[in-house]
Structures are given as structure tokens and as C-alpha cells.
Design a protein around this ligand. Structure first.
Ligand code: T4K
Length: 369
């Protein structure tokens, strides 16, 4: 066993010297937050990098979900996936909205568009899909359904930083898309996030909402919240933006090494790249078929932990099984057979820029044994 734990991820960090230089500037200016220079610069640079017209920075990836629902005045019921991080469904609950869970597609782990229509009721106002692991949802089919029933679409794109389909940002799909810049993400600002929208008017409304509803020194236009990113994190984000392409390249190599090393291991499957998609390799999930592999997912998970390899079971348990949601009719296992099966078989393997080739080999050998 190795002494040094290998976690599922390790954060992308700028050079301390570069960051110190930015900190000195902040100390000099004494503007720490409330739409300072670094904040404005980061919004601009992220719009360019992500190829989106409007983006508002937030202090994490959960608040943009909550604010998107407020900005679009979503009420009643929202169709969503149980196969995500809890923040997706929590954002609905915080807005007094009833989540309606729909099963997922086994290939992508994203909400299955073929099952959405059956879940629509007169109370449905929106769909909140997630691009899980950064794999794009079927945005065309989802939009067709939304248009047919007059529904809004808010994508939780927390995992989808930099993902493109045929050269177009995935963040342009739907009415809005949210990002997380948490330390564990491909691109991070320590804590942080963003909300992407299509027009200037909506961007203005989002910016009011993330600043208590202030539309001027003495005017409040809505009961807003405090979701502002500060100057220190914005500066950190500017530096990490210069490093993220190289980090994604390295993640791609790691994914290729895992795929090559695990392709002949019976009972272990993994996801492949999709045609025309620029992936970000944010996660590397494997799926364990206990009968074929000869060991359950949890047995493998704990065997890896015994070897100091700390993969994670993202996303287990399903959100629909948590006490706040399990009473909902749509949360029943019968309604969610694919999500239940995948949730019980998944392990996300370590993937991050600094992961050494020999450690990847070691992980492959532990799984392959
Ligand atoms: N929507 C989706 C689909 C999401 O996945 C998330 C967040 C959100 C919305 C909400 O976005 P945020 O409000 O969080 O911005 C992590 C993250 O906390 C969470 O951001 C993320 N999804 C979720 C999938 O994973 P944990 O509890 O698994 O993280 P933690 O602290 O156990 O970290 C995992 C490993 O990473 C650690 O074992 C070691 C390593 N690590 C972690 C941190 C924080 C480091 O090496 N350095 C670090 O600073 O939730």
C-alpha cells in the first residue's frame, strides 16, 4: 500500500508567485468585492473562453441554480434527474418547487428525454437536466419537448466547463445554464460558480438578484440574495483560466490510459467519447457488473480504499432516496430502475492533471486483479 492517498481529484492551482502579485494589487486597491476589476475581467474572459454571450459570476455553483429559478419565476413542478449531486434538487426545494424525478439514459447517465413527456402535469413549468460528468444531454430533444409544452429549461452544467458540441458551447442550450467552480472541478476558483444566459436584460436581472435585488443605491427590484464572487477568488480564477486547457489535455491522456488498461477487464465498463464533442474529462466513472466481475461495486470500492485509492461513488445514493425526497411518488425505485442500477454500480476513478502515469497503472492493476 502507498503512504500517500490518491483522491478522486486534486485542485488546479496557479503559481503562488502569480497569485501573490494579484493579492498585492488587491491590497493596494482595497476593493475586495462588489463587482471589482478582477470580477469584471473574469466575467469577460470566461465569456470568451466558454464562447457564451453573457455570464454572471457567483460565490458557488448552488446559488446560480437557485437564482436561475427565481429569474425565470419558476413555480409548481420541475422535471429533473435523481442522478446528480444533491444541490440540483435542493435548489428546487429552496424555491418551494416540487421535484419530479425522471429516469436516466444508461449510455450518458443523463435524463432520458423519452421519459420526460409522461411526467408533465398542468403544474410543470420547467425541466432541470444535468450534463452529468460533462457528457452533453440530448439538448435538441429536450428543447423540442420544452417548446411543445411551453416549459423553461435550466441546465445544471456544473460538470460541463468548456464542453462543446460541434464547436458550439453546451452552455448555450436551454434558457440558462449554471456552472460550478468548486475546488474539485476541472476549472476552479476555490469556491465559485456562474450563470449563463442569452441576453443583456436577463444578465441585468441576474446581477440584481445576486446582489440583494439592488438596481441602484436606493432601488430594490426583487428580494435578491447575496451570491457575489469576491476579488480574491476572481483573481485566482483569472490565473487558473490560463492553465485549464493544459489540465484538460492531461485529463484526456489519463482517460485514454484508463480505457486502454481496463478494456479487457470483464465486468468493468466505462464511457466513451461522443462524436463531435469536446469533452473536459471531469470525471472517469467505471461501472461494475458484480456477476461478471466477481465482486460487488462496494467490495471493489473498499478494496481500492485499502490501497489508499480514494475513488468516489458519484452519484450514490440517488438524490431521490434522501429523506427530504423519498416520499415523492416520482422517487420510487420502480420509476427509476436505470438510475438505481447505475448508482449501485458506479465508482469515479481519480483523474486530475498531476496524477502520475505509474499511479494510473497501479489503479488499473488493482481493478484488473
Ligand atoms: N450541481 C452539480 C451537478 C454538482 O456536482 C455540484 C457540486 C453542484 C451543482 C453544486 O456546486 P457547488 O455549490 O459545490 O459549487 C464535491 C463538491 O463539494 C461539489 O462541488 C461537487 N458538486 C460534488 C460532486 O463533489 P464532495 O463532498 O464529494 O467533496 P470532497 O470534499 O469529499 O472532495 C473530494 C476529494 O477531492 C477529496 O477526497 C480530496 C479532494 N479535494 C477536495 C477539496 C475540497 C482536494 O484535494 N482539495 C480540496 O480543496 O463534494
Amino acid at each position: 500500500m502507498s503512504d500517500k492517498p490518491i483522491y478522486v481529484t486534486s485542485p488546479l492551482l496557479p503559481s503562488l508567485d502569480d497569485f501573490t502579485a494579484y493579492l498585492e494589487e488587491i491590497w493596494e486597491k482595497k476593493i475586495l468585492t462588489n463587482n471589482g476589476d478582477f470580477h469584471q475581467q473574469l466575467e469577460k474572459e470566461l465569456c470568451n473562453y466558454l464562447k457564451v454571450p453573457y455570464l454572471s459570476l457567483f460565490t458557488n455553483g448552488t446559488l446560480p441554480l437557485m437564482v436561475a429559478l427565481q429569474a425565470l419565476r419558476i413555480t409548481g413542478e420541475v422535471i429533473t434527474t435523481p442522478y446528480s449531486f444533491v444541490a440540483t434538487t435542493h435548489s428546487l426545494w429552496w424555491n418551494g418547487i416540487k421535484p419530479i424525478f425522471v429516469d436516466i439514459d444508461p449510455e450518458t447517465c443523463n435524463i432520458d428525454p423519452a421519459k420526460i413527456e409522461a411526467a408533465i402535469t398542468p403544474q410543470t413549468t420547467a425541466i432541470m437536466p444535468v450534463h452529468v460528468y460533462g457528457k452533453p444531454c440530448d439538448t435538441i430533444r429536450i428543447q423540442e419537448i420544452a417548446d411543445k409544452y411551453g416549459l423553461r429549461v435550466i441546465y445544471d452544467a456544473a460538470h460541463a466547463f468548456g464542453v462543446e458540441v460541434n464547436g458550439e458551447s453546451i452552455l448555450k442550450a436551454g434558457d440558462m445554464a449554471t456552472l460550478s467552480f468548486h475546488a474539485t472541478k476541472v476549472y476552479n476558483t476555490i469556491e465559485g460558480g456562474a450563470l449563463v444566459c442569452h441576453d443583456e436584460q436577463t444578465k441585468k436581472r441576474i446581477d440584481y438578484l445576486k446582489n440583494f435585488g439592488f438596481a441602484g443605491e436606493t432601488t430594490i427590484v426583487a428580494p435578491g440574495i447575496n451570491g457575489k464572487m469576491d476579488e480574491i477568488r476572481s483573481a485566482f480564477g483569472l490565473l487558473n483560466l490560463k492553465l485549464v486547457d493544459k489540465a484538460i489535455e492531461r485529463r484526456k491522456e489519463i482517460a485514454q490510459q484508463y480505457r486502454e488498461g481496463l478494456k479487457n477487464t470483464s465486468g468493468i465498463t466505462f464511457m466513451h467519447d461522443m462524436l463531435g464533442v469536446r469533452h473536459n474529462y471531469s470525471y472517469f466513472p467505471i461501472f461494475v457488473d458484480a456477476d461478471q466481475y466477481g465482486m460487488t461495486r462496494d467490495e471493489l470500492y473498499f478494496k481500492m480504499r485499502d490501497e489508499n485509492i480514494w475513488g468516489r461513488r458519484y452519484f450514490y445514493p440517488l438524490i431521490s432516496t434522501f429523506s427530504s425526497y423519498k416520499g415523492l411518488k416520482s422517487a420510487s425505485q420502480d420509476n427509476l430502475p436505470i438510475a438505481t442500477k447505475i448508482s449501485n454500480s458506479v465508482i469515479c476513478l481519480p483523474i486530475y492533471e498531476g496524477l502520475e502515469t505509474e499511479n494510473i497503472e497501479r489503479i488499473i492493476n488493482i481493478i484488473g486483479k
